[in-house]
Design a protein around this ligand. Structure first.
Ligand code: CP
Length: 318
C-alpha cells in the first residue's frame, strides 16, 4: 500500500480513510465544498445530480444513528442510488468474510462503500482490495478514526469561531477509546489550532498523545479554563475491558460538564459532542440543551460535509 492510499498521484482525495496525514488544503477544500451545500436543507428541491447513476452502499457493521442517516441523506441529495445493507440479515451472519461480501457487492456494480466497522483498519482493507473505480469512505473504524465526524466538527468550529489560528480547544472524557478524539486532534493540529487539550483521568487519556502536540490535563478545571471550544465525549463502555473507572456517577462528579464547570471556559465558548450523549454522565442536560450547545447544529453540518466528501471522492480518478 502506498503512503497516502487515500490520495491519487495529484494529491486528490479518492478514498477518505483517516484525517491523519491529509494536507491542510485537502481539509479546506472539503470544508469549502461543504459550505456550498449548507443551505440545501432549506431548498424546496434538495437535490443536485453530482452522483446521478452512482451506486453507494452503506455498510454499517456497528450501530449508528447520525452517521448512517446523514450519509444516506447526503447520497440522496446528490442523486445517487443508495443501498443500506442490513448486516444482521446479511450473509456475514453465515460466516462470509468481509472481503467476500465486498467482492459480491462489487459484482453488483458498487461505486462507493461507506463503511463502519468495529475493527480498526477495516475500511483500509477494503480500499486496498477494491478496483480503481471503487471509492471507500470510513464512517468510523474501531477506536482508530472517524474522519467525517472530525470534518464536521471542524466545519462547526469554523462556522462559530471563523478562524482556527487563536483557539483553545478542550477535548474531554474517554479519549483512549475515541476515534473521534483522534480524528479531531489530527484535524485541529493540521488546521493550525495552537492549543489542543485532552482532559480526563489517566486511565482514559493516553500520555503518548503529547507526541501529537496536545496538552494532557488530568484536572478538568485546568483543561476547561478559557477554552473557546469544549468537545465532550461519551464513555465508550462497549470498548472498555473493565476496571478503568469506579462508576459513571463518579465520572460525572470528576469530569461531567456542569454549568459551573462550563463557566470556567471563555464566556462565548461552544459546547460540542459527537453523540450519542449520556445525560448526567459526561454532560448535564442543562448544558446539552443550553445556549452554548451546538450539538444539534453539528448533526446538520454533517449532511453538508458528507455531501462534500461523497461528491469529491466519487469524482476523483485513481
Ligand atoms: N457521532 C456518531 O458517530 O454517531 P452515530 O454512532 O450515531 O453515527
Amino acid at each position: 500500500m502506498s503512503k497516502h492510499p487515500q490520495l491519487n498521484r495529484h494529491g486528490e482525495l479518492r478514498h477518505l480513510l483517516t484525517i491523519e496525514g491529509l494536507p491542510r488544503d485537502v481539509l479546506q477544500h472539503i470544508m469549502d465544498t461543504a459550505q456550498g451545500f449548507m443551505s440545501f436543507g432549506d431548498r424546496e428541491v434538495k437535490k443536485v445530480p453530482l452522483l446521478r447513476g452512482k451506486s453507494v452502499f452503506n455498510l454499517f457493521f456497528e450501530n449508528s444513528t447520525r452517521t448512517r442517516t446523514t450519509f444516506e441523506i447526503a447520497a440522496k441529495r446528490l442523486s445517487a442510488d443508495i443501498f443500506n445493507l442490513d448486516i444482521q440479515r446479511s450473509s456475514t451472519a453465515k460466516g462470509e468474510t468481509l472481503l467476500d461480501t465486498i467482492a459480491n457487492l462489487e459484482a453488483m456494480d458498487a461505486d462507493l462503500f461507506v463503511v463502519r466497522h468495529s475493527e480498526s483498519g477495516a475500511p483500509f482493507l477494503i480500499a486496498q482490495h477494491s478496483p480503481d473505480h471503487v471509492h471507500v469512505v470510513n464512517a468510523g473504524d474501531g477506536r482508530h478514526a472517524h474522519p467525517t465526524q472530525g470534518l464536521l466538527d471542524m466545519m462547526t468550529i469554523r462556522h462559530y469561531k471563523r478562524d482556527f489560528s487563536a483557539l483553545r480547544v478542550a477535548i474531554v472524557g474517554d479519549i483512549v477509546h475515541s476515534r473521534v478524539a483522534r480524528s479531531d486532534i489530527h484535524a485541529l493540529t493540521t488546521l493550525g489550532v495552537p492549543e489542543v487539550r485532552v482532559v480526563g483521568p489517566k486511565t482514559l487519556v493516553p500520555g503518548d498523545l503529547r507526541a501529537l502536540g496536545v496538552r494532557v490535563c488530568e484536572d478538568i478545571d485546568e483543561g476547561l479554563r478559557d477554552a473557546d471550544v469544549v468537545i465532550m465525549l461519551r464513555l465508550q463502555n462497549e470498548r472498555m475491558s473493565g476496571g478503568l473507572l469506579p462508576s459513571a456517577s463518579e465520572f460525572h462528579m470528576m469530569y461531567g460538564l456542569t454549568p459551573e464547570r462550563l463557566a470556567l471556559a471563555s464566556p462565548d465558548a461552544i459546547v460540542m459532542h459527537p453523540g450519542p450523549i449520556n445525560r448526567g454522565v459526561e454532560i448535564d442536560s442543562s448544558v446539552a440543551d443550553g445556549p452554548q450547545s451546538v450539538i444539534l447544529p453539528q448533526v446538520r453540518f454533517g449532511i453538508a460535509v458528507r455531501m462534500a466528501v461523497l461528491s469529491i471522492v466519487a469524482n476523483t480518478a485513481a
